[in-house]
Design a protein around this ligand. Structure first.
Ligand SMILES: Nc1ncnc2c1ncn2[C@@H]1O[C@H](COP(=O)(O)OP(=O)(O)O)[C@@H](O)[C@H]1O
Ligand SMILES: [Mg+2]
Length: 243
């Protein structure tokens, strides 16, 4: 069953057709990768799905329900979470505060007073432990290294308990040790039932953990298949050579 379905999606910025008649189906339970040369429209697809941009035309369905024109927080509440290519932490806040701020249920728990907030804090600590940075819980976010910020963002988007997790270049600029750790966390989450869509240039990660792989170029889907099929696809090779 398709958890997320994108049908005939279009988005242009001035004269640039960033997404052009794009059709993508993300199957429930899988790890799907979205690859393609710079400027292919991958991040724009993420922005359209998460409600940061609205499409010129086309449909986006999540669990069979149309989500275009919903607000980002409504989309999050439905079960879609995403990370950003450039991490977006709140510099002056601690790691723990960053986690709690991210949580979409914050306002709801507030009504019940601090005892409920405590539950949220515990959940945040569990997730920090999941990514291995509990020791940084009370550190200001601005003091974190690039890699630690990546881990914080990864943990914080899990606060809303997403059904679909969308990762925009989770391995971008990380060292090999951290890459290993990120790969393990993604696989572990997927085993717990979270469906995952990843935009990533690191082919080691893409080929190791995802199936299918979808290749975009010029705003549309060029090819879709198993990692092996995509690696051997002539059109995909040409799209990268033309970058
Ligand atoms: N907010 C924007 N305003 C103008 N042009 C944009 C904007 N976002 C993306 N684009 C353009 O849309 C195209 C696709 O970009 P993007 O989705 O970021 O590609 P990718 O993530 O695959 O590298 C590029 O030509 C980019 O310059
Ligand atoms: Mg991008």
């Amino acid at each position: 069953m398709a958890l997320l379905e994108i049908k005939g999606l279009n988005k242009s910025f001035g004269g640039i057709q960033a997404v052009s008649d794009c059709n993508i189906s993300v199957e429930k339970g899988k790890i799907t990768s979205l690859i393609g040369p710079n400027g292919a429209g991958k991040t724009t697809v993420f922005n359209l799905v998460t409600g940061l941009l609205s499409p010129d035309s086309g449909e986006i369905l999540f669990e069979g329900k149309k989500i275009n024109h919903l607000q980002p927080h409504q989309i999050t509440r439905m079960g879609i979470s995403r990370t950003f290519q450039i991490t977006r932490d709140l510099q002056e806040m601690t790691v723990l505060e960053n986690m709690v701020v991210q949580s979409q249920v914050h306002g709801f728990w507030d009504m019940f007073g601090s005892s409920m907030l405590k539950e949220e804090e515990e959940r945040a600590m569990d997730l920090l432990s999941f990514v291995g940075i509990t020791h940084l819980a009370h550190e200001k976010s601005k003091n974190l290294s690039y890699g630690q910020k990546k881990l914080l963002e990864f943990a914080s988007v899990l606060m809303s308990e997403p059904k679909l997790l969308m990762l925009d270049e989770p391995a971008g600029g990380v060292n090999p040790t951290l890459l290993e750790s990120i790969i393990d966390r993604i696989v572990e989450l997927n085993k717990k039932g979270v469906t995952i869509l990843i935009v990533e240039h690191n082919m080691e990660l893409v080929m190791k953990i995802s199936d299918p792989v979808i290749c975009m170029a010029y705003g549309t889907v060029l090819a879709q298949g198993s990692p092996k099929e995509i690696q051997d696809n002539q059109q995909v090779l040409e799209a990268y050579l033309g970058e």
